[in-house]
Design a protein around this ligand. Sequence first.
Ligand code: AMP
Length: 355
Amino acid sequence: MLAPGSTIGILGGGQLGRMMAMAAVQLGYRVAGYAPAGENVAVEVSAYFWEAGWADRNALAEFAAACDVVTWEFENVPLATIAAIPPALLACPARALEVAQDRLSEKQFAENLGGRAAPFARVESDEDFARALERIGAPGILKTAREGYDGKGQWRIASAHEASGVRFPGQPCVYEGMVAFEAEFSVILVRSRDGEVRFWNSTANHHEGGMLAQSTLPAGALIEAQVPEARALAAKIAEALGYVGVLTVEFFATREGPVFNEMAPRVHNSGHWTIEGAATSQFENHIRAIAGLPLGSTKTRFETIEMRNIVGPEALTAHQILAEQGEPHLHLYGKREAREGRKMGHVTRVGRPLS
Ligand code: AMP
């Protein structure tokens, strides 16, 4: 068990790190952050923060020396950065990042454990793309294999005719068949150091332009019927990775059952509702897990819950939400630049308490 006053290192400095740090501080820990220069909104809640490049050996050594345990809030932390941290400090094996950083490897990993993914093919040239189109057909989506997020690095291809106008973007990609889904959901679990697994309820996730816009509970009968199978796969993934902390696996709910989309070895936007909506939030349970503390209950506390992201210039008027009926819970991440498409905050609205 990590003693009170110990220091938890967080790689990455965005809103996920900020909310994780707030939970860590509540539990009596200090936070050391590390991220390249940028608008690192975790700085405000971190006792120490290194703004340095992922390859800066000296800064990494200083950061590691200050930490008792190290976790991440960003799945694209380079593996070479992780390799510079003494393995004994890592809360979770680097393999989780290695698998999740590449869309092909995560799909293969899920399939090897019995999961079902959309048909997919590796695309590294125009010829590969032509072959993939022939085998999988259209509609489909061409995605960069690495570093895409919130719908970025994705090209939707409605028809074979349209595909003829799309060039291979010059970096490894995956082409996947379009899934005719009825709904989208994620399984968020926490796994303790000794292998205990707990799940939060799965919300229905609504995306706009490839980015999560809203998560709601109850998720509806279709999703609820598919959650057990999805949870079983998510738990197998966590176990196979020797995972510790919060892991998220995103699914499409289809007529044929849950289809694996992608995984995130971290807390997730679709779990922000747990701050007010669950007995223990994803952020707190992540900290509890990596600190070796007992896990908290993941029980849902309200009959209905809605979490909505505040994106781009919406943030400029977000304080008006506080005047609404029903006591909305407003979270702003402290970002100064309200750029179009940028996640600036979120608001959670809850219904009647569950007895
Ligand atoms: P991703 O970054 O892969 O999670 O994609 C972002 C969003 O785009 C997903 O949440 C879906 O709404 C949509 N999407 C991605 N891949 C597919 C697919 N193969 N079929 C249908 N919709 C997809």
